[in-house]
Ligand binder design. Structure first.
Ligand code: NAD
Length: 450
């Protein structure tokens, strides 16, 4: 993986690239490039041997103009402030692109979960939940799972919040197990949106998903479900990988058996259905119709991009391409379906989960899947309409054009009341006031009409 791109700078560059086409004032664009606030905290947790260990943890609340901050919590040794800031910004534009009424946030703990017992991870999760408690809430900031977190961690965080608040408020967090207020279809939602976006993008180019060859980097939640969903729609998944390496079969891998093997053994290595073991880099440069990076940021930099032979890249991971890679791939006419559409299934079904929690009325999985398909295909249509109408350089720029306009419009419509200050005001409203005071007068902030 490339170490040279700072994901927060990548996000800012993506916004800059799109800003040339949206007609929004530079002062407002500047505001849309930075988080409103970042919580950084040190968590001290008792280990099983009675000793104490400290962990750095973060929560960035990037923008709340369109609704409560929304975004996952990641447990990984590489978590840092800039990564969390970038991930929270991508959430803002993801929610705006698929028109889910949330802003963006993201959190993480710098920890290797594999090095800790379940009870240590429970204490760590509860310690983080206690720190988050004053700034999260069903109408304020709603966390969810991300890398190395899932239903168990969400259930612990929900329980800690509800116990400290003396309430039952399952909508404070999404991605929970169904018996704890989770939604049917949530676990598979991200992978399904990768499949829907791939299908829509291929159809748009006059091609079929059935028979397309696919390689998937990263066989975790997003990657394995995407591979299985594509497989079920008739695509041939020829290669998959995880941090231990990649496996290959030109006739196609059994994606369900490969997942079972990974669950049983901890990796995709030695899967009987593979004919070859290849390196992670070999997977990224295979001659396939669709390449799906589904691991972490910066998987493909400019030099690797020059060797890409796939016709299309669909970003299941957040930020897997550096801005340099984007430039090379645009020049080479490789279509990149951006992360803020392709993996938006996770936040979309999180939104459905939040709606169900608030209504205390739960949907069958079929309804979840149907509504998800509509949201993702509508998002793709909006993106392509902008791409065609404005003759934009690539699909990522089109996605940001649509999303930036929606966020800026919500900000403009909120109006201006810098002379009012109340301690009772919601935190995200206070932020709006402070920002507008800093702007001086709303008259200096102009917005074009759509
Ligand atoms: P996960 O932990 O379940 O899976 C990550 C996988 O990537 C693992 O199999 C790991 O072994 C593999 N991996 C790590 N480094 C690798 C490398 N160098 N080469 C090949 N494989 C490597 O995480 P996830 O939830 O699937 O998330 C993956 C990506 O998708 C992240 O960028 C995340 O932000 C994004 N995403 C996830 C969701 C979700 O609902 N899970 C939603 C939106 C976006």
């Amino acid at each position: 993986m490339s170490k040279d791109a700072n994901p927060f700078e990548s996000l800012q560059e993506q916004i800059d690239d799109a800003s040339a086409y949206v007609g929004i004032g530079d002062d407002v664009i500047e505001r849309l490039k930075r988080p409103e606030r970042v919580l950084e905290t040190t968590l001290t947790v008792e280990m099983d041997n009675g000793g104490l260990e400290t962990f750095q943890a973060f929560r960035a609340q990037f923008n709340g103009d369109r609704g409560p901050y929304k975004g996952g919590i990641r447990y990984h040794p590489g978590v840092n402030r800039d990564e969390v800031k970038a991930l929270s910004g991508w959430m803002v534009y993801k929610c705006a692109l698929v028109d889910v009424p949330f802003g963006g946030g993201k959190g993480g703990i710098e920890v290797d979960p594999a090095a800790h017992s379940a009870s240590e991870m429970e204490r760590l999760s509860r310690a983080f939940a206690a720190e988050l408690r004053p700034i999260i809430g069903v109408d304020r900031d709603i966390p969810a799972p991300d890398v190395n977190t899932g239903q168990q961690e969400m259930n612990w965080i929900k329980d800690t919040y509800e116990t400290l608040e003396r309430t039952t408020e399952p909508g404070v967090i999404t991605g929970k197990a169904p018996d704890s207020g989770g939604s049917e279809g949530r676990v598979r939602a991200t992978g399904r949106s990768v499949m829907f976006s791939t299908r829509e993008a291929l159809n748009w180019l006059g091609r079929d998903l059935a028979g397309a060859t696919v390689a998937v980097q990263g066989y975790g939640n997003a990657g394995s479900v995407a591979a299985q969903a594509l497989d079920q729609e008739g695509a041939t998944v020829v290669s998959v990988s995880d941090s231990s390496g990649a496996i290959y079969n030109p006739e196609g891998l059994d994606t369900f058996a490969a997942k079972h093997h990974k669950t049983e053994t901890g990796s995709v290595q030695e899967f009987a259905g593979a004919t070859e073991v290849i390196s992670n880099e070999d997977l990224l440069t295979l001659d396939v119709d669709v390449l799906i990076p589904a691991a972490l940021e910066n998987a493909i930099d400019a030099s690797l991009a020059a060797d890409i032979r796939a016709d299309m890249i669909v970003e299941a991971a957040n930020g897997p391409l550096t801005p340099g890679a984007d430039e090379v791939l645009t020049d080479e006419d490789v279509y990149v379906v951006p992360d803020i559409l392709a993996n938006a299934g996770g936040v979309t079904v999180s939104y459905f989960e939040w709606v169900q929690n608030r209504n205390r009325f739960y949907w069958p999985e079929e309804r979840v899947n149907n509504e998800l398909e509509t949201v993702i295909t509508d998002g793709f249509d909006d993106l392509v309409a902008a791409f065609d109408e404005q003759d934009l350089p690539n699909l990522r720029t089109a996605a940001y054009v649509v999303a930036l306009r929606r966020v800026a419009s919500a900000y403009a419509q909120s109006g201006n009341w810098p002379w009012v200050y109340s301690r009772e005001t919601e935190p995200h409203r206070l932020r709006a006031v402070c920002v507008r005071v800093a702007c001086g007068s709303v008259d200096r902030v102009t917005f074009p009409r759509d």
